[in-house]
Design a protein. Structure first.
Length: 244
């Protein structure tokens, strides 16, 4: 392939990855606690090109994906078991294969008295144990995560801070797990929990829609460039055949 076709094909591939991310962000625009994913572009230069050319060809690629952890807007739900974090940090829950972290505070209490997520993951207290509460009594949750019933403290919801958030791997739409078991995890400071509210997705649907149209137009332009490159190659082959 010629340089034009190679560059166009590489650009189309990176735009396809961007389209996948944008489509997922739009699909989760109404998912509680969802954090939007974005792409980081870079240029690829092959080792052979670096060693054999003063001006090597470069190709556009999506080097990596990254998650935007900015705060989403909180909205009232009227459910006392819904809680939203208006500060940094994550709720810690017991997943099927270890501790998971989430900003989705859409909790419930089982008949056995266990505070858990909608997926059935137990919400961890500051002592590392699942929080137990009476499902027949009203629940009060203060801004620091203290859970009370009939004026008695039954536990405190653990909120942790993870300084190196690049160590987090997204699982599903709203859960994260640690890639590095040695990564620093500490109790969050300045915790602000809002009872009866949930945090919405932090991605603006309008912004994603505009970017989606832009990326699609870029893809179409690169597709046209690839067609032009193919046509130029065809004409070159025809000319060589005619001369021969």
């Amino acid at each position: 392939m010629d340089a034009l076709s190679i560059s166009a094909a590489s650009g189309m591939r990176s735009r396809m990855e961007a389209l996948d991310l944008l489509a997922n962000n739009i699909a989760n625009a109404n998912t509680t606690g969802f954090k939007a994913d974005r792409e980081f572009y870079n240029l690829y230069v092959s080792p052979e090109a670096l060693g054999g050319s003063e001006r090597p060809d470069t190709l556009p690629v999506v080097e990596r994906h990254w998650t935007d952890f900015s705060q989403g807007v909180t909205a009232p739900t009227g459910n006392p078991l819904d809680v939203a974090l208006a500060s940094s940090g994550f709720f810690a829950v017991d997943g099927p294969n270890g501790i998971l972290y989430t900003r989705n505070g859409n909790f419930t209490i089982t008949a056995a008295g266990k505070l858990q997520t909608q997926e059935g993951y137990s919400v961890r207290g500051e002592d590392g144990k699942p929080i137990q509460a009476d499902p027949t009594k009203a629940v009060s949750i203060s801004t620091d995560g203290t859970v009370q019933q009939d004026g008695q403290i039954v536990g405190r919801i653990a909120v942790v801070d993870i300084p190196q958030r690049q160590d987090l791997e997204k699982l599903g739409s709203t859960y994260f797990q640690m890639n590095d078991i040695k990564a620093m995890i500490k109790s969050a400071t300045g915790v602000q929990i809002q009872q009866g509210r949930l945090e919405g997705a932090n991605g603006a649907p309008a912004e994603h829609a505009v970017r989606l149209v832009s990326v699609m137009r870029q893809f179409e332009m690169l597709q046209k460039a690839l067609s032009i490159g193919s046509e130029m190659n065809k004409k070159a082959i025809d000319e060589v055949a005619r001369v021969s």
